[in-house]
Design a protein around this ligand. Structure first.
Ligand SMILES: [Zn+2]
Length: 292
């Protein structure tokens, strides 16, 4: 009889251990992503070397990261001259080399295209040149990883997400219904307390809020532009704004610590789960990047 009790106890113990192991496994993220925004590579302030330090900080502290998302303003383009623009994109090539072998997925920021060039025949004209320099397939595109669909958008338009782009997006979301979790990323925020406080919303952001709310698969949105780190939740979607890697555009700023409106330089670490949950941590890099 005593043996029987022991056997039953052992079976209960083994089943309980399996259940807890299963629960633990389910809590492991399926993807871990580094989120860089507003890197603003410029020829001054040793911006390039200091950004490489940020990449080293990431690789040392989060070696398990699966890939990198850049939500725009890769370069700090002052629209000076094509020669100056060339020098910025040459520095960007060094940035990409530092990020490698991690994969890098970028979207376009308002500082990335060369706005001064009006000659449509120029190689520098429009967003096609930016797309080429960023090494992305088009100004908006998608890719899949694990059970997540990633969608890069171009919000740099008078109507925010223009009609053709929105149609493409809705078709993609329709095709994906009841399938993968969805993460969108773009430069200008769709929902952001920082933008409410200091400006910088995507044009026509309210219509995007309603569009995304129609798709329960859309779980989170990454953005930048405001240089202020914030998080929000609206109509079933988490909105994460990753502040700025460059803080006060690599300068000391009014507070002398490289911060913009109280937001220090840094980057995000986003954990994505199989069930659509997400967790965002903002990692301050003020120490390694202290404005010089
Ligand atoms: Zn910016």
């Amino acid at each position: 009889m005593k043996n029987m009790f022991l056997k039953i106890a052992l079976v209960i113990y083994l089943v309980a251990t399996q259940i807890s192991l299963y629960a633990q496994k389910d809590k492991e993220p399926v993807l871990e992503i580094a989120h860089f925004s507003d890197i603003h590579i410029r020829t001054e302030y040793n911006a390039n070397e200091r950004f490489v330090k940020t990449v080293q900080h990431l690789k040392k502290n989060f070696p398990q990261v699966d890939f990198v998302i850049n939500t725009g303003d890769a370069i700090d383009n002052p629209n000076r001259s094509s020669q100056h623009l060339d020098s910025l994109w040459n520095l960007w090539d060094k940035v990409e080399a530092a990020i490698a072998p991690l994969e890098l997925y970028s979207c376009i920021g308002n500082h990335d295209p060369f706005l001064r060039i009006q000659d449509k025949d120029s190689a520098y004209y429009g967003k096609n040149y930016t797309v080429k320099q960023l090494g992305i397939p088009a100004r908006y595109y998608s890719f899949r990883k694990a059970n997540w669909l990633f969608i890069a958008l171009d919000g740099n338009n008078p109507d925010g997400i223009d009609t053709a782009q929105k149609e493409w997006l809705c078709n993609l979301l329709e095709e994906n219904k009841s399938q993968s979790n969805v993460l969108l990323f773009l430069h200008e925020p769709i929902v952001s307390p920082g933008a409410a406080y200091d400006g910088g919303y995507l044009n026509n952001w309210t219509s995007m809020v309603d569009t995304l709310a129609n798709y329960k698969e859309v779980k989170c949105v990454l953005s930048g532009h405001t240089h202020i780190y914030d998080e929000a939740f609206l109509k079933g979607v988490h909105y994460y704004n990753g502040g700025a890697v460059s803080g006060y555009w690599w300068e000391k700023g009014p507070k002398g610590d490289g911060s913009y409106r109280g937001s220090k330089p840094g980057y995000g670490i986003l954990r994505l789960y199989k069930n659509g949950d997400s967790e965002y941590s903002f990692i301050q890099t003020q120490e390694s990047n202290a404005a010089e």
